[in-house]
Design a protein around this ligand. Structure first.
Ligand code: 3NM
Ligand code: MG
Length: 512
């Protein structure tokens, strides 16, 4: 047999117990193939050998006709009996060398792995592909190990990118219409991405396996807008585009859904209004889908409060906006301050994509897994600028996001380009929620600038920090209290001036 290039994009794993009433596994497999499934693995954990072989033969008729490879789960004897295209084995199954000897060099051998160490062993043993999982908890299979999330996939892909022989990869474990896009695209590392997704219940239990398969294949193959990073940015050309973004917020009135801590709610809503956006403050899950469906919507998740079900609320909200391809801003308030917050951020990053992540040094370093002088929300900078720039750049590239690191100087990075911005005023450190409201501004800006999120971040920080400089010296401002009112005024004044073509205030910008 000639070794062929296998397309792993949509890899169906069967389960006889999940087939809906009134249909058969064979029918479901046929419908799934009609929808674009590219590989089928027959998985029968309880079948007698004779039944397994009989079923393998009927499934093989379907896959052969479609030119789709058929792999057998675990059972080398069954694979040999029907001359299947290969087998899939787990860590505790037959060893690869024996399987290879019995199957020959041209058959496909795949293995389940959860960690780099297991992947390394599988590569060394000569497998053709690895099934990486479980990504998330799944009801389909009792997990032996904790789920590894998107970050677990990244680690294995990074390892594989350093291996000379190409070993293909699929991810498995609760991959469905909600999770697949992020798992495939967010896990990509330089030079390497998943070849596909392995799916059980989302297809086998579906009423319409054809439609689901078609949609899943699209999620694997279509590159989401947030994978595109604009190369070769320079300060003057980005600055030249800032007024257009600020004006667009005024003319288009984007809807900004703020999930924000109680300390910041009123301030954030007023700031959204001042720059021309339309705020809603809601933690009510049943209305998230409606909000996400509003054209020009954006979501801000500000983690400044902790309730029992907060992570669920954030995940549901981020999922609703992701489904509509609308932007989400994350403000990981005091991300490293407690174990609760650390694990909350970890869950979010293992599932969600964020268009902008905004935090102070302590928060951003904590997310990036770096050590800084973290002291809750008041953390100040001790690190060198170079170090900060490296951290924001790496985090932005890894998470396919724009990172804003606020402080005495603000850093903004898309993973390729990093700007340092030096506007602002000391009063911003003397009032509460000054960082939180920047997240709300970023939500409004990115809602009208999805194609250029870096620009949206630059526009947000400049408008806000220059407004702060002006507010601090505005008539009647005597301290932090009067500053808050003047800051809202200046945001309003500058935003309107910009919309009316007066951009002279931008001459104060200090960006490099
Ligand atoms: N293997 P669903 S998880 C068969 O982690 C299987 O190796 C896993 O089912 C692993 O797509 C899994 O319904 C079940 O979540 C995945
Ligand atoms: Mg097994």
């Amino acid at each position: 047999m000639v070794p062929r290039k296998v397309d792993y994009s949509l890899y169906l794993v069967t389960d006889p117990y999940l087939v809906p009433n009134g249909t058969t596994l064979e029918e479901q497999v046929q419908k799934a193939i009609d929808g674009g499934v590219t590989v089928v693995q027959l998985r029968e954990k309880d079948a007698e050998t004779c039944d397994f072989i009989a079923r393998a033969k009927t499934i093989q008729e379907i896959t052969k006709k479609a030119g789709v490879p058929l792999l057998i789960n675990d059972r080398l004897d069954v694979a040999l009996a029907i001359d299947a295209d290969g087998i899939h084995i787990g860590q505790e199954d037959i060893d690869v060398a024996t399987a290879r000897k019995l199957l020959g060099p041209d058959k496909i051998i795949g293995m389940s792995v959860s960690y780099v160490s297991e992947a390394a062993k599988a590569v060394e043993d000569g497998v053709d592909y690895v099934g990486i999982g479980a990504i998330y908890d799944t009801a389909t299979k009792k997990p032996k190990k904790p789920p590894i999330g998107i970050n677990g996939v990244r680690k294995i892909l990074s390892y594989l990118s350093s291996v000379p022989r190409y070993v293909a990869t699929v991810a498995i474990g609760s991959l469905n219409l909600k999770t697949s896009r992020n798992v495939v695209h967010l896990s990509a590392v330089p030079g390497r991405r998943l070849d596909g997704i392995a799916v059980v219940s989302a297809i086998i239990a579906a009423e319409d396996p054809t439609a689901v398969s078609r949609e899943l294949l699209g999620l694997v193959r279509d590159t989401p807008y947030w994978m595109t990073v604009i190369p070769n940015r320079d300060v003057s050309s980005v600055l030249a585009e800032v007024p257009a973004v600020i004006s667009k917020v005024r003319s288009e009135t984007p809807f900004v859904h703020n999930i924000v801590n109680r300390v910041a709610t009123n301030f954030a809503a007023n700031v959204n209004l001042a720059i021309g956006s339309s705020p809603a403050m809601s933690e009510n899950i049943p209305e998230f889908d409606d909000f996400a469906g509003i054209p020009n919507s954006a979501l801000l998740i500000n983690m400044g409060f902790g309730t029992d079900d907060w992570v669920e609320t954030y995940l549901t909200a981020a999922g609703a906006y992701a489904k509509k391809l609308r932007p989400v801003v994350l403000d990981p308030v005091a991300a490293g301050a407690s174990e609760l917050r650390k694990s909350a951020v970890k869950s979010l990053l293992n599932r969600c994509h964020f268009d902008i992540i905004k935090g102070n040094e302590g928060e951003i370093f904590s997310i990036a897994g770096e050590v800084s002088q973290m002291r809750g929300v008041d953390s100040t900078s001790n690190s060198q600028l170079q170090k900060k720039a490296k951290v924001v750049e790496a985090l932005a590239a890894k998470e396919k996001t724009i990172v804003i690191l606020t402080g005495k100087e603000d850093l903004i990075s898309d993973g390729m380009t990093t700007f340092v911005l030096r506007n602002g005023h000391g009063y911003l450190a003397d009032i509460t929620a000054s960082g939180c409201v920047l997240g709300s501004i970023a939500g409004a800006m990115v809602a009208v600038s999805l194609h250029d999120r870096f620009l949206a971040a630059v526009a947000s920080v400049l408008l806000y920090t220059i407004a702060a400089e002006r507010a601090a010296v505005a008539p009647g401002v005597r301290g932090p209290g009067t500053f808050i009112g003047a800051l809202i005024d200046e945001l309003y004044i500058l935003s309107n001036a910009t919309a009316n073509g007066d951009v002279s205030w931008l001459e104060a910008a200090r960006v490099e």
